[in-house]
Design a protein around this ligand. Structure first.
Ligand SMILES: Nc1ncnc2c1ncn2[C@@H]1O[C@H](COP(=O)(O)OP(=O)(O)O)[C@@H](O)[C@H]1O
Ligand SMILES: [Mg+2]
Length: 506
């Protein structure tokens, strides 16, 4: 790819970027969220047409007007969200919706080919299973098989490990190793430095749409790559002073919560979080984390069991009661659940205090008071907004998150529940958010942190609970001294009690 430029309304996602891929290599594409990685590869896959630059394949210039063209040229891509048809079987997914295959392929040929490929590359799947029945890791294998099935020679994987347990990730890297040994070229998009260091031969770093450098992996270090990603020296470690936990603040006992489809999303779960403590919740996304948080703040009913706040039974109390008891929630979905996109900064800052003094006086809102509170939040939490009258839909992810933190943390919370609080943020904003949560811990709040980022959980958590399919697999008292394999096994469904040698030494 030579000097690829791609613009969207108001954003230049790629600025004259050069990128090349060799047969038999894993080439990592590294950058922070929004750096332009997916865009560059979507251009290669024919999803976007570039505004400038050209694509050459074995020296020949290409013009891809759709993914169909790219696939015909041997380029396959597995997106972060797989484009599979859930109600169909694995083998049907191999051929459905892909006009580029011969229209009639006998089922037994398709099945045999799937089994051959899955055997050869260690991509175990059952061709007759329906896609909706498969775990996320299995669905990813189907998506990869789909590309191999159409004889791709170049495989682009967009953040493939984000949805995998550590074991599944290792398995994926085995598959990739097998493929490169046979001459495939693999582009591996990631923002995880450890993976990039361990599994690529070359790395290209993008920052704000521009190419920073392409380097041989063995000739660089994690620290240098981090610096290239963000453009400055960064401290990757976070300081979490030892602290003695106090009394229990937030607790659930034998909690059962139903998901949106009416099936139990949380089963018989008992957990507690104490003062001066961060309890991390690990698990692959979609294993009940969201339903748990919602039940713990009154947004979802408990089907069974109890929710106790500071000794008081608040099971199925209203969200307003939880707010009054100073239980605060930072949801994953910032613009939907967390903030009202069309309201401005000052209105969003008082969403949880508009009905009480000093904001509300005799049934009316004191807008002067609102403006002054909003200004305090903006300055204390470093929200970068043109004014407090700016609609929050115009703020970037980092500023949305700072505003929400400001709203939730200004009120001396007793408990703070934070779901994926650093997702999509740049390094500086991530650090800020983590420091704010730790400052609450220091103040005496009980902090419950849900994250998919194991490094984040290990650096932040005093104890770590692991969920799988809504059940508690165990609580680790010394997460940072527990082998990561143990955590991976738990994420995949093995209870801690059944894992040999899981106990850590002091
Ligand atoms: N379809 C689109 N329309 C408008 N803007 C987009 C689109 N896709 C990406 N962008 C913008 O382009 C930039 C790069 O995005 P992306 O390539 O997704 O980054 P990355 O994959 O590195 O996180 C971001 O600012 C993003 O908001
Ligand atoms: Mg992306």
């Amino acid at each position: 790819m030579e000097r690829i430029t791609k613009r969207f309304a108001g954003v230049t996602a790629n600025w004259a970027v050069d990128f090349d891929l060799r047969a038999g290599e894993v080439h990592a594409l590294l950058g922070e969220n929004g750096a332009g990685k997916s865009t560059l590869m979507n251009v290669l896959y024919g999803l976007y047409q570039p505004d400038g630059g050209r694509i050459l394949l074995s020296g020949r210039e290409q013009a891809f007007s759709s993914p169909r063209d790219a696939r015909a040229a041997g380029i396959g891509m597995v997106h972060q969200h797989f484009m599979l048809i859930p109600s169909q079987t694995v083998w049907e997914n191999m051929i459905l919706g892909h006009e580029d295959l011969p229209s009639i392929l006998p089922k037994k040929d398709v099945r045999r080919r799937i089994l051959d490929l899955s055997d050869r590359y260690g991509l175990a799947v059952d061709p007759d299973a329906k896609v909706w029945q498969l775990s996320v890791g299995e669905q990813q294998r189907v998506a990869i098989l789909q590309m191999l099935f159409r004889s791709a020679r170049v495989l682009i994987l967009d953040e493939p490990t984000a949805v995998l347990t550590p074991q599944e990730a290792r398995q994926l890297f085995d598959t990739i190793g097998q493929m490169t040994a046979e001459g495939y070229g693999v582009v591996f998009i990631s923002h995880k430095l450890d993976e990039v260091m361990a599994f690529s031969q070359r790395v290209t770093v993008l920052r704000k749409g521009r190419l920073v450098a392409t380097v041989a992996t063995e000739a660089t270090t994690k620290e240098r790559l981090a610096e290239m990603m963000v453009g400055e020296k960064v401290v990757l470690e976070i300081d979490r002073p030892a602290m003695a936990p106090g009394r229990t603040i937030l607790e659930c006992r034998d909690l059962r919560v139903l998901g949106d489809r009416g099936f139990p999303a949380i089963r018989d779960l008992s957990l507690s979080v104490r003062e001066h403590e961060v309890l991390g919740i690990a698990g692959v996304a979609g294993n009940g984390q969201q339903e748990l948080c919602e039940a713990l703040v009154g947004l979802r009913t408990a089907d069974r069991g109890r929710v106790i706040v500071d000794g008081e039974d608040l099971t199925n109390a209203s969200p307003r009661t939880f707010i009054r008891k100073k239980v605060h929630y930072i949801p994953a979905d910032r613009k939907g659940t967390g903030l009202v996109a069309n309201m401005d900064v000052k209105e969003n800052s008082i969403l949880k205090r508009y009905s009480a003094r000093p904001v509300s006086k005799g049934g009316f809102i004191d807008w002067k008071e609102v403006a002054s509170f909003a200004r305090t939040v903006v300055s204390r939490f470093g929200v970068n907004a043109p004014s407090t009258e700016t609609p929050v839909r115009n703020l970037s992810g980092g500023n949305l998150q700072k505003l929400m933190l400001g709203r939730e943390l200004s009120d001396s919370p007793k408990a703070v529940l934070a779901m994926h609080p650093t997702w999509g943020l740049d390094v500086a904003a991530t650090k800020f958010v983590r420091e704010q949560l730790l400052a609450q811990r220091e103040r005496g709040a009980a902090v419950l942190l849900v994250s998919e980022d194991l490094d984040e959980l290990l650096s932040m958590s005093d104890r770590l609970a692991v969920l799988c399919k809504g059940e508690l697999m165990g609580v680790l008292d010394a997460p940072d001294r527990t082998p990561v394999e143990t955590i991976g096994l738990m994420m995949a469904g093995t209870p801690l009690a059944e894992i040999e040698g899981a106990e850590v030494s002091a």
